[in-house]
Design a protein around this ligand. Structure first.
Ligand code: BTN
Length: 247
């Protein structure tokens, strides 16, 4: 993982470039990394603030031979990889909010966007976009993000070397990916649970179809969130915006 790394000073979106490379046969493990994105993309057609020199904006191409239903597991796998790299290099303890956010003290420090290219129910390529807020100072975030976003440097009290973080992530991801290919998702799930912050708590899941409130029971062996509403019914949540209810 991380061989080759294609580095760019400024791009519109590493995710877009990775899609183009993947369509042209780029090999598994290719990473597209940029110092700045002018049109960073988030989930659900949102934008992603990608200030120059402050973060890690990267997209990773992998080509596991799996069914399309399993692709979302890679959001969780990548989240565990990033969480481990942050512990290692910044000495901080991030929490994972299902499915794709890493939080420090309740604020977002990393977002993950997993997309795929498929054919007849099989995955041809998965493109995992990872945005980590690394060396932002509080004033570097636009007003709309001030209360919701944070950076590693803000919590570590010092600048964090971005290259080390990328390196550590690649090593960790490679090991997790190996485990996944040999032993399946279960060992990854167990690790994921050690970082999860929403499990056992009351949450609100907002989806296109509507909102469900209840208790997050955990994830199943596919990585799907299990949510029990107040009538006791268990819902399988494949994709949603999660709000942890404050008591
Ligand atoms: C989210 O939380 O909504 C996901 C954000 C993903 C952002 C990353 S930054 C690198 C890659 N390129 C993009 O345009 N988006 C992803």
């Amino acid at each position: 993982i991380g061989r080759p790394i294609r580095f760019f000073e400024t791009v519109d979106s590493t995710q877009k470039i990775a899609h183009e490379l993947a369509a042209n046969g780029a090999e598994e493990g290719t990473i597209v990394l940029a110092d700045e994105q002018t049109m960073g993309r988030g989930r659900l057609s949102r934008g992603w603030h990608s200030k120059k020199g402050k973060g890690i904006w990267m997209s990773l191409i992998i080509r596991p031979d799996i069914a399309v239903q399993k692709a979302p597991q890679f959001t969780l796998l990548a989240a565990v990889g990033v969480a481990g790299a942050i512990e290692d290099v910044a000495g901080l303890s991030p929490k994972i909010k299902w499915p794709n956010d890493l939080l420090i003290e309740g604020k977002k420090v990393c977002g993950i966007l997993t997309e795929m290219v498929s054919q007849e129910n099989r995955v041809l390529a998965i493109i995992i976009g990872i945005g980590i807020n690394v060396n932002h100072r509080p004033g570097d975030f636009p007003d709309a993000l001030k209360d919701k976003a944070t950076s590693l440097a803000i919590h570590a009290g010092k600048e964090i070397p971005r290259a080390k973080l990328v390196q550590s992530f690649c090593l960790k991801f490679e090991r997790l990916y190996d485990t996944y290919l040999k032993a399946g998702f279960l060992p990854v799930k167990t690790l994921w649970e050690t970082y999860a912050c929403s499990i056992g708590q009351r949450i609100e899941a907002r989806m296109v179809q509507g909102t469900i409130r209840g208790k997050a029971l955990g994830i199943d062996e596919e990585g799907v969130l299990l949510l029990q509403d107040d009538s006791g019914r268990i819902h399988h949540i494949y994709s949603a915006d999660i709000e942890i209810e404050k008591d």
